[in-house]
Ligand binder design. Sequence first.
Ligand code: GSH
Length: 266
Amino acid sequence: MTTTLKYYASILCPYVHRTWIAMEESNVPREHIEIDLHKQETRSEWYTNINPHQKVPAFVLEDDNNKLVVESLVLLEYIAEVYNPNLLPQDAFGKSQVRRWIAFCDDNITSYLFKVMMAKKSNNEEQLHQHVSQLQSNMKLLAKHTHLVKRVQETNGKTYLYSNEFTTLDCALLPFLYRMHLMFNKVFGVTLFDESVEELRAWKSYLEYAIQRPSFQRSGQKFYETTPFEKVYGNNSAMKEYAMNSIDTFDFDHLIVDSVVKKYMK
Ligand SMILES: N[C@@H](CCC(=O)N[C@@H](CS)C(=O)NCC(=O)O)C(=O)O
């Protein structure tokens, strides 16, 4: 098993967030190297030499000839296989279903964060509402197939997306669902979780429950519990820009919303 893993990350990035949640779930020992996305550090010569794809997240396996592992969904599989098999169901059918719904979410849910943002940026309200309604239909479909409404009722809201166990599907989707929830309310002025639709109520309940998980907190608002504040702050111009120069002033939601608005919508 790899003991020295270099983790190239950025607190702003939802793809990184997927892997950070899984790392916290699995207590993966690592060296965190924060990449400054606002300064396009992924395109720098030094980073390109490490990762020619010029993206975060990335793992470099120091004990294994500095091998490079990239792509957030591949990294989730890697973490599950090397560190934490409990992130996937134990049976082959269960594993196949988690992977199936991850693929579904990538095409039919997570992509809507960017679609809605682009519609808002071009002031196309009609397209924005079409995207929201298509997204809600896709969410209803997933809820139907995973029996989310029934499980939420049976467990009093203590359930996850595929089953009552937390899986890589939750790691893959939560960063995007959370950002959508924040952006839709604060920036787009639309309600994602329409209370009159039972499947969307179940989704809301799922999000509220899942984000209380320590792994979600420790990869977001409370990241400094496991990753030294200076590590992330030192190299992060967005944090400095929004004056989050201490743990007391750090506000994850504010950082996410403002940096997304600044980068994509101005
Ligand atoms: N498909 C990649 C996407 C990763 C990605 O797009 N990361 C962004 C930050 S959120 C990035 O590194 N962008 C830098 C750039 O494009 O130069 C994954 O799932 O890991």
